[in-house]
Ligand binder design. Structure first.
Ligand code: SF4
Length: 190
């Protein structure tokens, strides 16, 4: 059976490869066990987006939180919002201060999965919920798609038992810090 990667791993891996391993270990537990306050706030903010009332005649034109899959890339996951008529895909984050490369990988993968499933998408945006800012990015071209595929391959072949570079600055902002055997640092939300 083929194994598909979760699209969120594309970003998590850039942050810290070991966080994917911990995510898998704690996946079956209640997220309240390890979610930090910002993640919980972000989730509540996402829920308020998910439950946003759209006028009936517009409902079919906006898809929120649907699952997408790309056989070509070997990934699956949820999108935030697709404005079908405007052909606009939006990925929301609680607060965006920097557009990390992992964010791009996530949105590129969502875009490619949607187009593979037959949707038309002409515009890609990130939305920072806290300060209500939009960030438009380019549609990925051949070079970006190759970069994305290489990133996916790197994750698929990664040896999670190998030594990893522990970055205390990242650990401080990692939701798994209190459970992680690679560090004794508590995250700043404890
Ligand atoms: S606590 Fe640090 S080493 Fe552990 S998963 Fe998080 S970022 Fe990686």
């Amino acid at each position: 059976m083929e194994t598909f990667l979760q699209i969120t791993y594309l970003n998590d891996f850039v942050f810290c490869p070991y966080s994917i391993y911990l995510h898998q270990v704690f996946d079956n537990n209640s997220e309240d066990t390890y979610s930090s306050k910002p993640q919980q706030k972000g989730k509540l903010a996402h829920q308020s987006i998910d439950t946003f009332e759209t006028p009936n005649r517009e409902k079919s034109a906006v898809l929120r939180g649907i699952y997408v899959i790309s056989n070509r890339l070997g990934v699956y996951g949820k999108i935030d919002t697709l404005y079908v008529k405007q052909k606009k895909l939006v990925e929301s984050k609680f607060k965006i201060t920097t557009l990390y490369r992992g964010y791009y990988y996530q949105l590129w993968a969502q875009y490619l999965a949607l187009t593979e499933m037959g949707y038309e998408v002409n515009e890609l945006f990130f939305y920072s919920i806290k300060d209500k800012k939009n960030y438009q990015i380019e549609i990925p071209g051949d070079a970006e798609i190759t970069e994305l595929k290489n990133h996916i391959r790197k994750i698929a072949r990664f040896d999670f038992e190998s030594e990893i570079n522990v970055n205390p600055v990242k650990c401080k902002h990692c939701i798994y810090a209190s459970l992680c055997d690679k560090t004794n640092i508590d995250h700043v939300y404890a």
